[in-house]
Design a protein around this ligand. Structure first.
Ligand code: SF4
Length: 205
């Protein structure tokens, strides 16, 4: 990532009350998260390939945090409960589908628990994003979320919407649809609430 690109991103998000920090690796991000969050805090963790690569839920759980991560659920009922509990935590950690250099955070969600927690509920939010998800503009970030992230997430979750074959979103009404919520975070009211951790690695999709 170029220095002038970093400055632009930091300044644009700062003007929207989102603090940006840059990291070389996911390991560095993990250490920062573990230092930032106290062991007494409750933590919601979104279902994210980037966070899975970091093993952050396991690390937090092992050192004593109460963690609500739906991927720990043994059945559907437990998954629903964990998603609800994650909405009222001290911290929420999530990946994202795309950010724009202009300062937007864009996500497409199935049931919407992740975008709900990012928008409101948890006291503090950490958004982890890898460099492959940075787009120049809001429009390009939305295109990335729809045409790239959504089909790959569908495959991961075992759904078969038409975008997998067609390699682009056709705004399907299929039962296999994976995206019912498009969220654009344009900033934060509370400047202490959200941190964006940008990692100079390719991770997630
Ligand atoms: S609306 Fe349908 S085609 Fe478009 S990204 Fe979502 S699942 Fe794929």
């Amino acid at each position: 990532m170029l220095d002038n690109q970093r400055v632009k991103i930091r300044d644009n998000f700062k003007s929207r009350n989102v603090e940006v920090e840059f990291f070389k690796s996911l390991d560095e991000v993990k250490n920062r998260v573990l230092n930032l969050i106290s062991r007494e805090s409750t933590v919601g963790v979104a279902n994210s390939q980037t966070l899975k690569n970091m093993m952050i839920s396991q690390e937090l759980t092992n050192r004593g945090n109460t963690v609500y991560d739906k991927t720990f659920a043994k059945n559907k009922e437990e998954s629903i409960l964990l998603k609800k509990k994650a909405l009222l935590t001290d911290w929420y950690i999530t990946g994202t589908n795309a950010i724009s250099i202009e300062g937007h955070i864009v996500n497409i969600d199935h049931s919407g628990n992740r975008v709900a927690a990012m928008a409101y509920g948890p006291d503090k939010v950490v958004v982890v994003v890898s460099k492959n998800k940075i787009e120049e503009t809001l429009e390009k970030a939305i295109t990335r979320a729809r045409n790239h992230a959504a089909p790959l997430n569908a495959i991961r979750a075992g759904y078969k919407p038409p975008c997998i074959e067609q390699k682009q979103c056709i705004d399907c009404k299929s039962k296999e649809r994976v995206c019912y919520n498009l969220s654009i975070i344009e900033g934060q009211f509370d400047p202490e609430r959200m941190r964006l951790f940008i990692v100079d690695e390719e991770a997630g999709f």
